[in-house]
Ligand binder design. Structure first.
Ligand SMILES: [Cu+2]
Length: 105
């Protein structure tokens, strides 16, 4: 039988391992004509929720195609499940100065 401290240590390690594998959800706000945060590190399988907190419509659109929220009115949100590792650059089709990137691991 393991000493109690070692057993607890194993449980903590197992829990930490599960936490890394479990998909997470991240929030990107569309706010003040920008994405906040405009750079985010995520893992394959994670969900990114884009939520428009502005008073005008925006989109979250991948540069080069592949995914597009379509028009998000004020208060609307859209969920993206990240499928591939790499850098996913995106912008707003209505305000091309709005840009962001997901760094997918
Ligand atoms: Cu916009």
């Amino acid at each position: 039988m393991l000493p109690r401290a070692a057993a607890i240590g194993l449980l903590v390690a197992a829990a930490a391992s599960c936490a890394r594998l479990r998909p997470r959800s991240h929030l990107v706000r569309l706010h003040d004509f920008g994405f906040a945060p405009d750079s985010l590190v995520v893992a394959v399988g994670d969900t990114v929720v884009f939520r428009n907190d502005d008073v005008v419509p925006h989109t979250a659109t991948r540069v080069g195609g592949g995914w597009d929220s379509g028009e998000l009115g004020p208060g609307a949100s859209w969920r993206l499940v990240v499928r591939r590792p790499g850098a996913e650059h995106y912008y707003c089709r209505y305000h091309p100065g709005m840009r962001g990137v997901l760094r997918v691991r």
